[in-house]
Design a binder for this molecule. Structure first.
Ligand code: ADP
Ligand code: MG
Length: 156
């Protein structure tokens, strides 16, 4: 799972499957099909952690899921980023830049919503801890996130 990491990726935030992630308190910003297609085909599904920024905004910690896309009968992947930050507004259509830093666990099925939510809370805590390590913290300052003025994004 670590072979392709760190993995840098940038793309537009699109509407997801309306699975109600936001209602669970864990909104996930979805990348378009084209962006997902550009990922290494053999990248493992599962939960990852890393850094993310919307437009020219601040860089925040994130957890990311690479899973099977129900829209395409689970033959294509989906990539969804939960940014560990409270945003004032949605940011559909904006450019999301991420660096995937490490792997947490494989995809799992949960018996209940409570079990799913608590697993995600644990993933978030693990991501926060990992990303505070000096070797991971330095990727937050990577030039990848420092875009030339006016190049992409707006309102952030
Ligand atoms: P969808 O099914 O359209 O992806 P979600 O319930 O997963 O809907 O919500 C995702 C949207 O919520 C994102 O596209 C973004 O515009 C917004 N959003 C607000 N806060 C966050 C956050 N902290 N992390 C990710 N997305 C967020
Ligand atoms: Mg989503």
């Amino acid at each position: 799972a670590m072979r392709h990491l760190p993995y840098f990726c940038r793309g537009e935030v699109v509407k997801g499957f309306g699975r109600g992630s936001k209602e669970l308190g864990i909104p996930t910003a979805n990348f378009s099909e084209q962006v997902v297609e550009s990922f290494p085909p053999d990248i493992s599904t599962g939960i990852y952690y890393g850094w993310a920024c919307v437009g020219n905004g601040d860089v925040h910690k994130m957890v990311l899921s690479i899973g099977w896309n129900p829209f395409y009968r689970n033959i294509k992947k989906s990539v969804e980023t939960h940014i560990i930050h409270t945003f004032k507004e949605d940011f559909y259509g904006e450019i999301l830049s991420i660096v995937i830093v490490g792997y947490i666990r494989p995809e799992k099925n949960f018996d209940s919503l409570e079990a799913l939510i608590s697993a995600i809370q644990e993933d978030i805590e693990e991501a926060k801890r990992q990303l505070d390590l000096p070797e991971h913290l330095k990727l937050k300052e990577d030039n990848f996130f420092h875009l030339p003025e006016g190049k992409i994004g707006n309102n952030h």
